[in-house]
Design a binder for this molecule. Structure first.
Ligand SMILES: [Zn+2]
Length: 107
């Protein structure tokens, strides 16, 4: 998969299209990603008793819902746009590059 945790991605399809954020989590089995600040969901959390520990407080909890991986694209910092990625070999390592400007995306 081209998208990795920590990447800045842009949502290119669906009702969250146009939003940008950092990848927080990758759900490999379901081919989904969780992106910071995108697809916010609200959950009405009931007060919970967690065996001896601090009880989970009740209230409305906001959290990011998952998106399908095909709906996001990595943002190239140089082009400032959602781009396709290519690869480039450098001493045994495979680096991801922007297909538009050939800048290495990986840090
Ligand atoms: Zn680029």
């Amino acid at each position: 998969m081209a998208v990795r945790r920590g990447d800045l991605v842009e949502v290119v399809a669906g009702n969250q299209a146009g939003k940008r954020g950092q990848v927080l989590k990758i759900l490999r089995v379901r081919s989904q990603v969780v992106v910071q600040g995108v697809n916010m969901r609200k959950k009405h959390q009931k007060q919970q008793q967690t065996g001896g520990q601090r009880p989970l407080s009740a209230g409305i909890v906001e959290f990011e819902g998952p998106l399908h991986i095909s709906n996001v694209m990595v943002v190239c910092s140089k082009c400032d746009a959602a781009v396709r990625l290519g690869t480039q070999r450098e001493g045994g390592k495979v680096l991801r590059t922007c297909k538009k400007c050939n800048t290495v995306v990986d840090k």
